[in-house]
Design a protein around this ligand. Structure first.
Ligand SMILES: Cc1cc2nc3c(=O)[nH]c(=O)nc-3n(C[C@H](O)[C@H](O)[C@H](O)COP(=O)(O)OP(=O)(O)OC[C@H]3O[C@@H](n4cnc5c(N)ncnc54)[C@H](O)[C@@H]3O)c2cc1C
Length: 460
């Protein structure tokens, strides 16, 4: 009989910072694996954000194994499978089609967030605290939280600041991660200089205006055009399209600065005609999200009881559509690594070893693709479109697809499914948390903080 001497997650008290794709899925999986989880987000109420996400087979496998796929698809108003996706040039010539076996679905961020949060709220081992942000976190697991929620505002001075201690603090708090800022992760944040706009359109129906294409209930065309103004993509949603495009061409940038949606549509229409119709189907300029692309590269992903996940660890260019998908893979691998380790440190090392290089490769390819898409000079575009793409198309192999997915969907499904089952031969190992002593320390720090700040204005 095999005897596992591994950590018992049910004795763990874990703080997950950030309740978006990475944090909410991690919290859910940890709780279902037995841990007590506190999930915080500085956002008190998640509003619908005007963008979509493409889900690849890796992210989908994690969501499916968590049992969330039916809710994501819903009554046809949710995630849509994409077939016939094409990369084209500005006159509509196909430059590339995804390799065989590349499955894609598109979902609105709002839908994904709603489904994840519904599941999180229904999980008894998760305490949700929204409107609460992390201010400080130490490698010893002691954190300072700023409670700006209704509840927090009722507290006497010096609330809304509180301290607490956790066995593990997971920074799923995005590209500007505060957890990362508090630890020693050897982090490098690079501004790529590339800006993208994103929006959801309504009322344009399936099929991309001016591109043709086919559609059915479960399959429809999606294109990304590489043009003299950079790239412009459109993926069909149940209500219209999720569109995204470069925002660095001077006339596009100027129209965005002037908050002139019609100007953005006109400027983009000169580079690629269908973009104008798609942009005119956006409700208001406020519905247009404009983001600068930042890269995050960390030499370490954990520092004591702090660990990073998702964009906090590896924000990347969006050109391969793997940011959120990779965050979902992180969640599955982190929980699997913790479950199979004898100590917390061993689990965090196993997680880093398995994820850092794999996701780093994808981030580098994505950055290269982003750079190529922004080439505007006619000669550079000619060389890229007529020479590079045909060669690249021939070299696309299933090995590259596997590298893109980082973990096979079957392995991810197994990791998630096993984590959610009680391990029959489980023995608590050396990783048993030492929370009591640290909780005492946190309590005494809170008391001295209270004493020191008595009479001072409320800390904000
Ligand atoms: C233009 C564009 C297109 C993209 N398209 C795709 C795509 O098609 N497919 C894909 O997979 N990815 C895509 N991505 C990437 C994807 O959006 C990110 O990788 C993904 O959202 C990262 O998820 P996350 O959970 O790590 O972080 P985030 O989504 O950034 O969430 C972080 C959360 O932490 C909270 N938070 C932050 N600081 C604190 C704090 N101090 N205390 C408490 N809470 C805090 C925030 O409120 C937020 O809810 C795209 C990105 C861009 C810019």
């Amino acid at each position: 009989m095999r005897l596992y001497v591994t950590m018992n997650l049910s004795t763990f008290r874990i703080l997950v910072v950030g309740a978006a794709a990475g944090g909410a899925s991690t919290a859910l999986l940890l709780a279902r694996a037995g841990a007590q989880v506190t999930l915080i987000d500085r956002v008190a109420e998640f509003r619908a954000v005007g963008a979509g996400l493409s889900l690849a087979a890796n992210g989908r496998a994690v969501l499916e194994a968590l049992g969330l796929w039916p809710a994501l698809i819903g009554d046809g108003s949710g995630a849509r499978a994409i077939r016939g996706a094409r990369l084209i040039d500005q006159v509509g010539r196909t430059l590339m089609t995804p390799p065989d076996g590349a499955e894609l679905a598109v979902v609105t961020r709002a839908r994904l967030q709603e489904v994840l949060l519904d599941a999180v709220m229904a999980e008894p081992r998760i305490t949700c605290r929204f409107g609460v942000s992390l201010e400080r976190a130490g490698p010893d697991g002691i954190v300072t939280l700023h409670d700006d929620s209704e509840e927090g505002r009722k507290h006497p001075i010096p609330a809304p600041l509180t301290m607490d201690a956790f066995d593990l603090v997971i920074g799923a708090d995005g590209v500007h991660s505060q957890v990362r800022a508090c630890g020693n992760f050897g982090a490098q944040v690079t501004d790529t200089g590339i800006t993208y706009l994103r929006a959801l359109t309504t009322g344009t129906g399936p099929g991309i205006p001016g591109v043709g294409g086919r559609s059915s209930e479960s399959a429809s065309d999606a294109v990304e055009a590489w043009t003299p103004a950079g790239l412009f993509g459109a993926l069909p949603t149940s209500e219209g399209h999720y569109i995204y495009g470069s925002a660095d061409a001077p006339d596009v940038r100027e129209a965005i600065v002037q908050r002139d949606l019609e100007g953005v549509a006109r400027a983009w229409g000169l580079a690629w005609r269908p973009a104008a119709a798609l942009l005119r189907a956006v409700d208001t300029i406020e519905s247009l999200l404009v983001n600068r692309v930042l890269h995050v590269n960390c030499t370490r992903w954990h520092d004591g009881r702090l660990v990073l996940l998702g964009d906090a660890a590896h924000a990347m260019a969006p050109n391969l559509g793997q940011g959120a998908n990779s965050a979902l893979v992180d969640a599955a691998v982190l929980v699997d690594a913790l479950r199979h380790a004898a100590t917390l440190e061993e689990g965090l090392i196993a997680y880093t070893v398995r994820r850092r290089e794999a996701v780093g490769r994808v981030a580098r390819s994505s950055a290269a693709l982003g750079w190529l898409a922004e080439r505007r000079h006619v000669v550079a575009r000619f060389l890229r479109d007529r020479l590079l793409w045909p060669i690249a198309a021939r070299l696309t192999t299933s090995r590259q697809l596997n590298q893109l997915l980082q973990e096979s969907p079957e392995v991810l499904r197994r990791m998630v499914t096993e984590a959610m089952q009680q391990h029959p031969n489980h023995e608590a190992g050396q990783g048993a948390p030492v929370l009591d002593a640290r909780a005492d320390r946190a309590a005494s720090m809170v008391r001295s903080h209270l004493a020191a700040s008595a009479g001072r204005p409320q800390a904000r």
